[in-house]
Design a binder for this molecule. Structure first.
Ligand SMILES: *Cc1c(COP(=O)(O)O)cnc(C)c1O
Length: 381
């Protein structure tokens, strides 16, 4: 559905050039000091959940153009959908969840590489290799302390003790994932690093990968041979509480449907949760929780009229399915009119702030972005 700009309740702009710039920024962060010819870690891209809601079929080519050759999706279905958009013969698409039971052949046929997370998946992939009589590439995931995906220490020991378990499998990457990378002060980051080193040393030598967006900023010890950022490419701050090292990617503007004046004491919206403390002017905007603008932002968060960036316009009352109300009393009279566009996420109210006002994180905000917006993409001309 591509909704005409003037017909939509909101306009979502996605700056693909900013995605490419963020990719290059992260490549700089992982660059090792020393001669240019020395091997540097490479930077992959997590494009799961349709590139965090931004459309993987448009994001992946821009990243490929910027030099990215490693793409991660979560599900087999996502990999199949993405395959035609990733064109460089050197590029690989990795399926983080591995093949669901009985689909190893489908995954291979689709030109994808599985992340092998369990002994069952390893058995299936090995069986396919035997059946076809050739070696098959795979990423091996080990669990370094998050207890999400990957082989645990016992399983790694089992594989280390019996080399036939990796028969026919070409380990193109060994990986693990960090639980607390966004809180650099916790000790588990170092513990996971050491456990990853210990486990990977037990298995045949292969390139290694541990860090996603925030892990990159823990320091070079966490970089290994490949980093796998997602969120930071899309403008989410990978270093919460510190200045954002990456550029914003999305701008979300809501259209003003109408404005109205209300007396002191007037209740606004469902449940009458907001009572005007003074005679007020409010603007009703055409974005609500039906667009993924989370209802939990009710009574928090602020919108910005682009021409008046210094005046935050508080979201008042409950967010409805299709609309929300903001208090525009502090703006000069007549400065907001029906049809105007007001930033809900923009240069003066960043994604991370809106997510925090909703009690969540930028990741969830992005992946919840609705389907009703008029979407514009810039920077891929
Ligand atoms: C989602 C994911 C990533 C990317 O994480 P960000 O925090 O968005 O950078 C990397 N690796 C794995 C295993 C993931 O699940």
């Amino acid at each position: 559905m591509n909704v005409a700009a003037q017909w939509a309740g909101g306009i979502l702009n996605i700056d693909l050039q900013a995605v490419a710039e963020n990719y290059r920024t992260l490549c700089q962060v992982i660059r090792r000091p020393g001669p240019l010819s020395a091997p540097h870690p490479l930077c992959a891209a997590a494009v799961k959940a349709d590139a965090y809601g931004l459309d993987a079929s448009l994001v992946a080519p821009v990243l490929e153009e910027a030099g990215c050759r490693h793409f991660f999706v979560a599900h087999l279905a996502e990999g199949v959908a993405l395959r035609p958009s990733v064109k460089n013969p050197e590029s690989s698409i990795f399926v983080l969840h591995g093949p669901p039971p009985g689909t190893a052949h489908d995954l291979l046929e689709a030109g994808l590489v599985p992340v092998i997370n369990s002994m069952e998946q390893l058995t299936e992939w090995r069986a396919l290799s035997h059946e076809l009589g050739r070696r098959l590439p795979a990423v091996l995931q080990v669990d370094s302390g998050m207890a999400r995906f990957g082989m645990n220490a016992e399983e790694v020991a089992k594989i280390a003790a019996d080399s036939t378990l990796l028969d026919g499998i070409e380990t193109v990457l060994m990986m693990s994932h960090l639980a607390c990378a966004d809180t650099p002060e916790v000790r588990s980051n170092r513990a996971q690093l050491e456990e990853f080193q210990r486990l990977s040393a037990m298995l045949p030598k292969a390139p290694r990968s541990l860090a996603a967006s925030s892990g990159i900023f823990l320091g070079p010890d966490w970089h290994f041979d490949l980093v796998r950022p997602g969120a930071a490419l899309y403008g989410v701050n990978p270093t919460p509480g510190k200045p954002n090292p990456v550029k914003p990617v999305i701008r979300l503007q809501a259209r003003v449907i109408q404005t109205r004046s209300i007396p002191e004491g007037q209740a606004v919206g469902y449940g009458g949760g907001f009572i005007a403390p003074r005679p007020s002017r409010i603007a009703l905007l055409g974005i609500g929780y039906g667009d993924g603008f989370l209802r939990s932002i009710s009574g928090h968060g602020a919108a910005i009229l682009p021409s008046q960036p210094d005046v935050p316009l508080p979201v008042i009352g409950r967010v409805s399915m299709d609309s929300l109300a903001v208090d525009v009393t502090d703006l000069p009279e007549g400065s907001v009119r029906a049809g105007d566009l007001i930033d809900l996420i923009g240069p003066h109210n960043p994604l991370d702030a809106a997510a925090m006002a909703a009690g969540t994180i930028g990741y969830e905000f992005l992946t919840d972005l609705g389907r009703r917006y008029h979407r514009t993409y810039t920077g891929n001309e």
